[in-house]
Design a protein around this ligand. Structure first.
Ligand SMILES: NC(=O)c1ccc[n+]([C@@H]2O[C@H](COP(=O)([O-])OP(=O)(O)OC[C@H]3O[C@@H](n4cnc5c(N)ncnc54)[C@H](OP(=O)(O)O)[C@@H]3O)[C@@H](O)[C@H]2O)c1
Length: 265
């Protein structure tokens, strides 16, 4: 697989999808891993679970919303491993609140983590990848990056924004040998709904039914790695909810009616 023999940096590596990607890539030969998220203790747990020697893993705790700190983290990775071949930008937070109820600060927090943090880290890594003449940005969007559902106005906006940014970047850096894959997961069985922000910024704290019956993150990770090794530009991974993306493209009026009549979260 193309990802073997490479330096792979994963944000949001402390749980869910990022943890599953970390474990999946650790099985490839001669991989050097950088694991990032805020919770250092959880990153240590994941690092041990990879079974990789300590010399091949850098645990790099960070808050992606602390935008000014990101260039220094890139420098730490460069000094340790000399290069960055794959950057999986997967850290993210969701939302469960109606527009009418949502404090503006919640929108700011979601955009800082899901969009501006991604833009800032991309810009910090880009000069190194351009100097290498290679590098692959893998970005976790969502089905909510292609269509919008109730109680996720800020989340959907942040994920839609990623598509605009990375579609532009992809064209700009293609000739320089860099690649961009955007992945839109459907419902994946993680803590995303538990960690989602409510109207005042407190966490939702509940496992939603759709997440509970969603795809296992391990299956998701395997499918994603296949898509990345084929340099797919955009990939949809999940259950039947993925068809919503095609409805949005070909029958937008029908999808709109379905979504406005939908009950619950
Ligand atoms: N699960 C789904 O159904 C689904 C569907 C579509 C898209 N997604 C996307 O998939 C990605 C991963 O989510 P998940 O499902 O695996 O949920 P999760 O289990 O809640 O994982 C979220 C990850 O993001 C990290 N994170 C959150 N805020 C951060 C910050 N400010 N700085 C650094 N790291 C931060 C968390 O680590 P710390 O708390 O340790 O910082 C955690 O590792 C997200 O971008 C999400 O939007 C998920």
């Amino acid at each position: 697989m193309a990802l073997a023999n490479s330096v792979i940096w994963i944000t949001g590596a402390s749980s869910g999808i990022g943890e599953a990607i970390s474990l999946a890539v650790s099985k490839l030969s001669n991989v050097k891993l950088v694991l990032s998220a805020r919770r250092a203790d959880e990153l240590h747990r994941v690092a041990i679970a990879t079974g990789l020697p300590a010399s091949n893993v850098l645990i790099l705790p960070m808050d992606v919303a602390d935008l000014d700190s990101l260039p220094a983290h890139v420098e730490t990775v460069r000094q340790r491993f000399g290069r960055i071949d794959y950057l999986f930008q997967n850290a993210g937070i969701s939302q469960r609140s109606l527009v009418i109820d949502t404090n503006f600060s919640v929108y700011k927090q979601i955009m800082d983590v899901n969009f501006f943090g991604v833009v800032a880290l991309t810009k910090a890594v880009l000069p190194l990848m351009l100097a290498q003449g290679s590098g692959h940005f893998v970005v976790t969007s969502s089905v909510a990056g292609k269509l919008a559902t109730k109680q996720r106005s800020g989340y959907c906006a942040s994920k839609h924004a990623l598509h605009g940014f990375f579609d532009a970047l992809r064209s700009e850096v293609y000739e320089a040998g860099l690649r961009v894959t955007i992945v839109c997961p459907g419902y994946i069985r993680t803590a995303i709904s538990i960690n989602a922000l409510g109207p005042d910024g407190h966490t939702h704290g509940k496992m939603d039914e759709n997440q509970e019956i969603g795809m296992a993150p391990e299956d998701f990770a395997q499918r994603l790695l296949r898509a990345v090794s084929k340099e797919k530009e955009e990939v949809y991974i999940g259950g039947s909810e993925i068809y919503g993306i095609y409805l949005k493209r070909f029958l937008p009026g029908l999808l709109s009616r379905i979504l406005r009549n939908r009950k619950g979260v």
